[in-house]
Design a protein around this ligand. Structure first.
Ligand SMILES: Nc1ncnc2c1ncn2[C@@H]1O[C@H](COP(=O)(O)OP(=O)(O)O)[C@@H](O)[C@H]1O
Ligand SMILES: [Mg+2]
Length: 218
């Protein structure tokens, strides 16, 4: 690859196939999307647990955790040196920052995927275009978009972190579903009805999908 940045892709000496052979399964990205409180983290972690019990290498990339590290904004990092960088490169919740948040997560998910890990991401990821970019990066067939679908009223009544309350009070601006849009996927690989069914049942639906689509063996 040639470009004018002098940054070149270093080809892995261990091929993806060799890596998958060692793992005993392929990597993929299971991209959960949905309103705050719809159950992304809960379900992703249940699926992670079930995969682990089956001897599958999996990992959850979760919204808040990534915002505490990789994408941490000002005021979130302890040492002064890192804080300076967080001021320059940290991310907030503006449309532009949300886009960059998802771009970085997509890139990290793709690295995990190419390492052969079943990667679960649990981010609101409200904008269709951002998710589609992640899909393009990971590649069709390896990207499983999962809409965690519960009505806003249900998510708001759960309000596990008290965020809806703050958004309604005007203490948080640009909150998805309240004063910022959520663009639902038009053709997700899977829809989980988290307003009707319990998390355990929905996690089993994800496992069944992975078996049916030969991502893992039954
Ligand atoms: N069917 C369900 N699926 C997922 N979570 C559920 C379900 N029913 C109730 N809950 C509860 O709703 C909350 C969802 O929170 P969380 O998983 O953090 O959502 P998100 O990560 O999408 O913001 C949790 O407190 C969970 O126990
Ligand atoms: Mg969450």
């Amino acid at each position: 690859m040639t470009n004018d940045t002098n940054v070149h892709w270093h080809e892995h000496s261990v091929s993806r196939e060799k890596r998958e052979e060692l793992m005993g399964h392929k990597g993929c990205v299971i991209w959960f999307t949905g309103l705050s409180g719809c159950g992304k983290s809960t379900i992703a972690n249940l699926v992670d647990h079930k995969l682990h019990e089956r001897g599958i290498h999996s990992f959850v990339l979760d919204g808040d955790n990534v915002r505490h590290g990789l994408n941490a904004g000002p005021g979130m990092l302890k040492d002064k040196h890192s804080e300076e960088f967080a001021k320059r490169f940290g991310l907030g919740f503006s449309a532009e920052d949300r886009e960059e948040n998802i771009r970085r997560i997509g890139a990290v998910a793709e690295l995990f995927n190419s390492a052969g890990i079943v990667t679960l991401t649990a981010f609101i990821s409200p904008y269709r275009q951002d998710r589609d970019r992640a899909r393009d990066l990971v590649g069709e067939g390896n990207f499983i978009e999962v809409l965690v679908d519960a009505p806003l009223e249900v998510c708001e009544s759960r309000d596990p972190k008290g965020l809806y309350k703050k958004a309604r009070a005007g203490e948080i601006k640009g909150f998805t579903g309240i004063d910022d849009p959520y663009e639902a996927p038009t053709a997700p690989e899977l829809v989980l009805k988290s307003g009707d069914k319990d998390a355990e049942t929905l996690a089993e639906e994800v496992i069944a999908y992975l078996i049916e689509n030969k991502k893992i063996s039954g």
